[in-house]
Design a binder for this molecule. Sequence first.
Ligand SMILES: Cc1cc2nc3c(=O)[nH]c(=O)nc-3n(C[C@H](O)[C@H](O)[C@H](O)COP(=O)(O)OP(=O)(O)OC[C@H]3O[C@@H](n4cnc5c(N)ncnc54)[C@H](O)[C@@H]3O)c2cc1C
Length: 382
Amino acid sequence: MKAEVPEEFELLVKSVRQFVQRELEPAAEVVEREGRVPEEAVAKLRGAGYFGLTIPARYGGTGLGVLPYCLVQEELAQTHSCFGTLIAGNNGIGSHALVHFGTEEQKAKYLPALARGEVISAFALSEPNAGSDAEGIETTAHPLDGGFMLNGRKHFISRATVADLFTVMAVTDRAARPKRKGITAFLVERGTPGFTIGPAHRTMGSDVVPAGEVTFDECRIPASNVIGEVGGGFAVAMSTLAEGRLNVAAKCVGTARRLLDLSVRYSKERVQFGRPICQNQAIQWMLADSATEIAAGRALLYSVASCLERGEDVRRESSMVKLFCSEMVGRVADRAVQIHGGMGYMSELPVERMYREVRLWRIVEGTSEIQRLIVARSLLEE
Ligand SMILES: Cc1cc2nc3c(=O)[nH]c(=O)nc-3n(C[C@H](O)[C@H](O)[C@H](O)COP(=O)(O)OP(=O)(O)OC[C@H]3O[C@@H](n4cnc5c(N)ncnc54)[C@H](O)[C@@H]3O)c2cc1C
């Protein structure tokens, strides 16, 4: 199978590519220089509808399906990662629960503002004592006065310091067995008394759109902010992550493509021993291995994204895609640094930043080990 953009999405990809080149690449220079996302770039993302790509049209979004949204993220990954990260909540893990499990009232209240990018969203599952073991979360939500009172702490939450709306997983029934049956999903707004955001984490990535902590201290939430069923939160979280993993894979493919382009170009320009380094078989093999792995990851991603769009159960396959693509981009980034030699280690080229940033993808939204565990379990259960 050739990993090509399906014909019906060629125009979409072309327009995103132009937007990246015209609007985001110049802004990326400001990001690198000043460590902040320029407000004009955020306004352009808003104006062009990037915050509402996957939000249904009747709530003001574009209503893109899984595959076209992956294609958009793949293109955005050609430039600084902060832009893709900024829009990823509203189009994915921060809105998925609302779009797929929310009540009509919740959707009408929040989705239009999310689609316009006036509200930024986040997804809060991970805690200091519960990462891979997501069922082990300790944040509690006790029924109180017709609503719930939340207590606990979440960490490593992407966009925490800029987000206005959080999908939060908390335990409503500590005695439930299996434990997943006691977890419920809630909507929590910034500014709710007892809800504290921050501090931001400092990481090996660029931290322009930082991940951070959020804390609940006797934080009262109305019952109308429950997403889905009480006790149904774990299923909401897993559905969110199954789709989110494809989006992560799309970013991996996009970044890998950029790294390969940079490597090909540099290997043709850089002359050693009187000839371009690309004339050495050692360099050619690295380029060939990267190109082959990118094509494999891309083909798998497009195929699984299409299956998910058709409503097929792709929990196993979405773990395979995330596993393969996140490990693939790590190898591609490593080869890119090697091909660039000392320049690959210098911050003046984007290769150095990308090498650091792609390390995240083997950890976030389920580590490589957890993806293997999901795949193996499903094989053994068959
Ligand atoms: C920058 C960043 C952003 C993030 N954004 C979000 C977010 O927006 N929302 C959110 O909820 N979370 C977020 N996370 C959390 C992320 O999903 C977790 O870090 C991840 O799931 C791993 O959990 P952990 O860090 O606690 O590692 P641990 O679970 O402690 O794992 C440590 C190591 O043990 C391995 N391990 C654990 N259990 C097993 C097992 N059964 N078999 C084999 N190996 C195992 C892991 O694979 C890993 O190698 C983010 C993390 C980072 C770094």
